[in-house]
Design a protein around this ligand. Structure first.
Ligand code: ZN
Ligand code: ZN
Length: 344
């Protein structure tokens, strides 16, 4: 059964998202249909909308979705209609890196998350007239009242958390927190500086085990011989260099900020020679099926207060939400759906 849905459709690079009525054709046996309650706006959506990420148009973006399962395909196990869920990025679960528990570096990452179609070329969405509309953005395209996902990237939520606010866990917050908890793994007492306080940077701060995760204090540390770890979520040449130069020796800087196109960075080799490391991290190098439940637990304990950095906007105010996200007016804008699309 196909369903009608409301989606923010991108028809041309640099154009605004347009709210349109679209169709979600019947899901396949390995797919999951999620009624979206909320979707965070990630800077990667805005970079793609501006043409900075190769993705076929027209398309529906959105990759920080959360909601409630509407239907599951015949082959899906462990998920059922009515389950509240948060969505992560997609991965093949089969390649060498996936088998090692590192799906962020899946060898099929680009095809699965930026391909715009299923492997057979069909699309999970269509225009109202039945023509193809590209979806599968990060395995979800959740700027739509219904998202087509799979068991590979659909993570059950406990029933006592606000579902509509959970979406940012799936990308921005996983990226910042995963970089700290899964990659840098600072020991108690270690110092950490965060450069760029968007949602990714804020999540890195919230995931830090010490009270040293304060930028001002970290900068003071830096003048005092440097910090043990730096997380950089901007991605420009100058900010990467600043973050790297804040390190003591040895020390590690992780760069997370995605910039469009080629992005050469110049570093002083003598700085690295003293045992310093510059590394890059995608999606916190985390497996969403394992890591998102961990973040949800921290959230429920009050140790990862998502609600403090989120502002919600109804989907029909998407232009305001994009403006606020671009300007840094809000740390994390989340679009919410109140439409009452029904199947048929
Ligand atoms: Zn893989
Ligand atoms: Zn993202």
């Amino acid at each position: 059964m196909s369903v009608s849905a409301t989606a923010a459709v991108l028809r041309g690079h640099g154009e605004p998202f347009r709210l349109e009525s679209v169709r979600v054709p019947s899901i396949r046996a390995d797919e999951v249909l999620v009624r979206v309650h909320g979707v965070g706006i990630c800077h990667t959506d805005l970079t793609a909308a501006a043409g900075g990420v190769l993705f076929p148009l027209p398309a529906v973006l959105g990759h920080e979705g959360s909601g409630v399962i509407e239907a599951v395909g015949a082959e899906v196990t462990g998920l059922a209609p009515g389950d509240p869920v948060v969505l992560g990025f997609d991965s093949c679960r089969d390649c060498r890196n996936c088998a090692r528990g590192r799906p962020a570096y899946c060898t099929r990452f680009a095809a699965l998350n930026y391909g715009g179609t299923r492997a057979d070329g069909s699309t999970t969405l269509t225009e109202a007239d039945g023509s193809a509309l590209h979806g599968n953005w990060f395995g979800q395209s959740s700027m739509c009242s219904y998202a087509v996902t799979s068991a590979r990237n659909t993570v059950p939520l406990p029933r006592d958390v606000p579902v509509a606010l959970a979406g940012p866990l799936g990308c921005g917050l996983q990226t910042g927190a995963g970089t700290v908890l899964e990659v840098l793994r600072p020991e108690p007492g270690a110092s950490l500086a965060v450069f760029g306080l968007g949602a990714v940077g804020m999540a890195a701060v919230m995931a830090s085990p010490t009270d040293h995760a304060d930028v001002g204090r970290a900068v003071r540390h830096a003048s005092d011989g440097g910090v043990d770890f730096a997380v950089e979520s901007v991605g420009t040449d100058s900010v990467v260099r600043q973050a790297l130069s804040s390190l003591r020796a040895p020390g590690t800087c992780a760069t997370l900020g995605l910039r469009p196109g080629r992005n050469p960075i110049t570093v002083d080799q003598s700085h690295l020679l003293n045992g310093r490391t510059l590394t890059g991290v995608i999606e916190g190098d985390a497996d969403p099926l394992v890591f998102l439940p961990r973040l949800v637990d921290l959230w429920r304990q009050g140790r990862f207060p998502i609600e403090k950095i989120v502002r919600t906007f109804p989907i029909d105010r998407i232009d305001d939400a994009v403006t606020a996200a671009r300007s840094g007016d809000v740390v994390k804008a989340v679009l919410t759906f109140t439409t009452d699309d029904t199947g048929g």
